[in-house]
Design a protein around this ligand. Structure first.
Ligand SMILES: Nc1ncnc2c1ncn2[C@@H]1O[C@H](COP(=O)(O)OP(=O)(O)OP(=O)(O)O)[C@@H](O)[C@H]1O
Ligand SMILES: [Mg+2]
Length: 506
């Protein structure tokens, strides 16, 4: 046999398109040519494959070897094709049974000694192979991740020799198995640690219950970062489908997926020096950014006013659509990015604007310029805008009454989420306009109040829709079928930054 065909998978966005590795041995001067591989990283695989085959004590064919990776127009990066190339060469040389390759896909980087090294983006490949009805062989280091695609026949191997023995039917490889538990909410920092701040705690509960976007504004050291860090503990676990989407995104991000975080919603808190590309994704062979890594979870932007304007403006598209579209010369790809935004900021550069002590020394112009760093369109998308004032001295006393714990609040959040899912299959914040109209009906009296608020606070149509969704969540927390006046009033009260009295007077 001088011709062999092995199957593998590339990575583009969150997909894993099939790649055929064709190997042809021709008479002529000994050489190894790999075609269909534009990148230097893959050209290096020639040397690794040659060394690995030698080290595994197999004969390297002394002929003119042509390896073709098809289709040619797919971006193919990384050492993931080392294993299919090596197996293809061995099959063409008669060492591996060619028939055994028909329904098997291979992925893995080889070391010079023939050991298999883990690669990135294994999970999408495992899902695609399962879907195609193929078995898949991956490096042992990727076993946990591949096992998440539970239905398939997935084998893990440590060396090239083991793979050859498996394909020749001499010794079957072990299967990848799922063996892990997710973290319990009890392991999160407890909400009871936060003293006082009743209004902010309430807003956090509403945000958790309906997946609403939230911003905390207040002086330094009053508990904004503390409060935001308590949010993950309040959220329900992701379901299997959501968890799989999160795992796929982490898998293709190049950072790998930590299986101990299976079904734990992601909480991403990038630093304010992060670039726009780090936030939304990009680069060559585009990789997902922070907004996609926060998919089905929380994106926490601390010190929001310190963020670059450009970095914040790129959030507008994903905040609205839940998708990021990245267009590059090489092609376009989409990453899901349905996240909950939580932000914190000071009200002015010194941090004390609005404090009753009057210690803020910032001029009106400085305060206005500081707030203008957040554009109107971005603020318009944040449902809950909450002041977090300085604590009264007695609230920090050791014997001061404690607030409710994470577990108590979480129970209410879970109940409210259940009502939402029973009603419309999603969290309130993700309701479309027609769903909002259908499920957030107001009584005439309340409708008139909302219209007065729209006029007085100059609310946009979007802000009004968002107020309705928040009011729905507040009603759900109370277990109420209809939206009442108190629910609506509270929801309107959360548009702090839209309120005239909170804007510094001109
Ligand atoms: N409400 C609170 N209850 C208990 N401890 C608090 C509270 N607020 C602040 N602290 C203490 O102060 C520390 C700093 O709080 P935190 O980081 O939340 O401040 P911040 O509001 O984010 O300030 P900055 O605007 O400077 O970022 C906390 O680690 C905690 O020890
Ligand atoms: Mg802080």
């Amino acid at each position: 046999m001088t011709l062999a065909l092995a199957h593998s998978r590339a990575r583009t966005g969150v997909l894993a398109p099939a790649v055929r590795v064709e190997v042809y041995l021709a008479p002529g001067l000994p050489a190894l040519n790999i075609v269909g591989l534009p990148e230097a990283a893959v050209r290096e695989s020639r040397d690794r494959v040659r060394a690995a085959i030698h080290c595994a004590q197999f004969e390297f064919p002394n002929r003119r070897i042509t390896v073709n990776l098809a289709p040619a127009d797919l971006p193919k990066h990384g050492g993931r094709f080392d294993l299919p190339i090596a197996i293809g060469i061995l099959a063409a040389n008669g060492v591996v049974d060619v028939q055994s390759l028909a329904r098997v896909e291979l992925l893995g980087e080889l070391s010079l000694t023939g050991e298999l090294r883990p690669i990135d983006a294994v999970l999408p490949a495992a899902l695609a192979a399962t879907h195609a009805g193929h078995a898949l062989i991956v490096p042992a280091g990727n076993g946990d991740e591949a096992a998440l695609a539970c239905a398939g026949e997935i084998f893990v191997a440590r060396t090239l020799l083991e793979v050859v023995a498996h394909l020749n039917g001499e010794k079957t490889l072990p299967r990848a198995v799922r063996n892990f538990d997710s973290i319990l909410p009890a392991l999160y920092a407890d909400l009871a640690d936060v003293r006082g701040q009743l209004q902010a705690r309430r807003a956090l509960e509403v945000a958790a219950a309906g997946a609403h976007h939230l911003i905390f504004i207040g002086p330094p050291g009053c508990g904004k970062t503390l409060l935001a860090s308590r949010l993950p503990g309040l959220l329900p676990e992701a379901d299997e489908a959501e968890a799989l989407e999160c795992a796929v995104l982490a898998s293709v991000s190049g950072q790998g997926f930590d299986v101990s975080r299976w079904r734990v919603r992601p909480f991403r808190s990038p630093h304010h020096t992060a670039s726009a590309i780090a936030l939304v994704g990009g680069g060559t062979g585009p990789r997902p950014g922070e907004v996609s890594l926060a998919h089905h979870g929380v994106l926490f932007l601390d010190e929001l006013a310190e963020w670059g304007r450009h970095a914040l403006e790129v959030l507008r598209q994903p905040l609205e659509s839940g998708i990021v579209t990245i267009s590059r010369a090489a092609g376009t790809c989409e990453f899901p990015a349905r996240f909950q935004l939580v932000a914190a900021m000071n009200p002015c550069p010194c941090g004390w604007a609005g404090d009753p002590s009057g210690r803020c020394r910032c001029t009106m112009e400085v305060v206005l310029r500081y707030r203008a760093r957040l554009s109107g369109p971005l603020l318009d998308r944040i449902d809950l805008q909450v002041n977090v004032p300085r604590l009264a001295p007695h609230e920090m006393r050791g014997d001061a009454p404690r607030g409710e714990s994470t577990l108590a609040v979480r129970a209410r959040v879970l109940a409210a989420r259940e009502r939402q899912h029973a009603r419309c299959g999603k969290s309130n914040s993700f309701m479309r306009q027609d769903e909002t109209e259908q499920f957030c009906r107001l009584r005439d009296r309340d409708q008139a109040m909302l219209e007065r608020a729209m006029a007085a606070l100059q609310l946009s149509a979007r802000a009004t829709q968002r107020i309705l969704r928040v009011a729905r969540t507040i009603a759900d927390l109370e277990g109420s079928d209809g939206i009442g006046t108190t629910h609506l009033t509270e929801a309107i009260g959360y548009r702090q930054l839209d309120r005239d009295e909170l804007r510094p007077a001109a």
